[in-house]
Design a protein around this ligand. Structure first.
Ligand code: AMP
Length: 369
């Protein structure tokens, strides 16, 4: 991650990918232009890197010139385009290719078309390295597009944020400023994760996602996901990773504006932890802590058998299924302690005592983050 002025930016498109795209554009345009000697026109300032790399890859004779327009103030594209340096040569009858670093609203492009209206060029083609389809508001045809990108501010490879960042050989994307607190509540079945999550979500205004609850909801409603999950859950086994990961992603997406999440029962495998990291990364966020409730096995079995008398959960009903769930935890899930310890994010909490005492122990960890 880098900081320019007051904002943070994260790596978005590596230099190697840009290079490959520039090569493709140069080849494509050379094929279309044929034997003509085209004149490539860069729009300063942003396009200087694009033009420089493009013409080095262009395999045939060509001419190069620039015009200078300005549209950006800070991170917003303004309507008002200033013409700072115009055309300085006669282009009558010429094949002209505009080389742009980025096309977003299309305001700069509108100004380019105004400039060329009376130039009597043979043809005017538009090529751009980056294109933001969600931001584009004009009808001008874009003849050559390198990479379509989402409507987020980017810097690097000629593009700047208030003057900085143009020299970076790769492209960075602005990091969203929204701060989330994301916790993984961890521990074997029966450790009290669900009970504690209910208190913590109120106290810290977080969204609680229990993968077990979501599965049970689906089983009750006899959805396809429920039917699939049931066969695993009833035996005390884990539901396959991809099914669980897809479901978790969908649950997070449903709560796009959340302050943060308490993940309860997820992740349970390394693959799930990696998927969660990716998901958090896509939200410019991260898991802040894994907080584990530590409870002895025999107490767990006793608690779950007790709960089974009233919960109606098939997987709480008999001791051998309960023990299988605990075994699954040690075989597949407990390794995640290492995963989060390696990132200094693992916090163990004694899970035996009154509900209030345990909530306090957990809160102490959260408050220290
Ligand atoms: P829980 O309510 O967390 O004890 O989960 C009940 C059951 O749902 C587990 O024994 C698994 O069969 C299934 N399950 C819940 N979360 C996951 C997960 N992250 N990965 C795989 N299976 C899960």
């Amino acid at each position: 991650m880098i900081k320019l002025h007051d904002k943070f930016f994260k790596p978005f498109i590596p230099a190697k990918q840009i290079d490959e795209v520039m090569q493709r554009l140069a080849t494509e345009i050379a094929n279309d232009v044929g034997d003509e000697i085209p004149i490539f026109i860069g729009i300063l300032n942003g396009s200087f890197m694009v033009v420089s790399d493009f013409v080095k890859k262009y395999p045939k004779p060509c001419e190069v010139t620039f015009i200078k327009l300005a549209s950006y103030e800070g991170v917003k594209s303004t309507e008002d385009i200033q013409r700072l340096i115009g055309l300085t040569q006669d282009l009558t009858g010429r094949t002209v290719v505009i080389l742009e670093d980025i096309i977003d609203t299309g305001n700069t492009l509108a100004e380019v078309h105004r400039i060329f209206k009376n130039e009597n060029v043979k043809s005017l083609k538009i090529a751009t390295l980056f294109y933001k389809p969600e931001a584009y508001k004009k009808d001008f045809k874009l003849h050559y597009v390198g990479i379509e990108i989402p409507n987020k501010f980017i810097v690097g490879y000629g593009l700047d944020y208030d003057g900085l960042g143009r020299n970076l050989p790769e492209v960075y994307q602005i990091k969203q400023t929204q701060h989330m607190t994301n916790l993984v509540l961890f521990g074997p079945p029966g450790a009290g994760k669900g009970t504690q999550a209910e208190f913590l979500k109120e106290k810290y205004n977080l969204v609680h996602i229990s993968t077990g609850d979501v599965f049970r909801f689906n089983i009750k409603n006899e959805t396809a996901l429920g039917m699939l999950a049931k066969s695993f859950i009833d035996k005390g086994e884990l539901v396959p990773d991809q099914v669980t990961i897809d479901m978790l992603n969908a649950e997070v997406e449903k709560n796009a504006g959340a302050n943060g999440f308490i993940f309860d029962g997820f992740p349970r495998t390394n693959a799930q932890a990696e998927a969660l990291e990716k998901l958090m990364d896509s939200k410019d966020s991260q898991i802040n802590a894994m907080i584990a409730l530590e409870v002895d096995d025999e107490i767990l079995v006793e608690r779950l058998l007790g709960r089974g008398k009233t919960s109606g959960r098939a997987d709480d009903a008999n001791e051998s299924i309960i023990r299988n769930r605990i075994t699954e935890y040690y075989n597949k899930t407990a390794i995640l302690k290492e995963y989060y310890s390696a990132q200094d994010k693992y916090f163990g909490v004694d899970g035996v005592g009154s509900i209030e005492d345990i909530t306090e122990r957990l809160s102490a960890v959260i408050d220290s983050l």
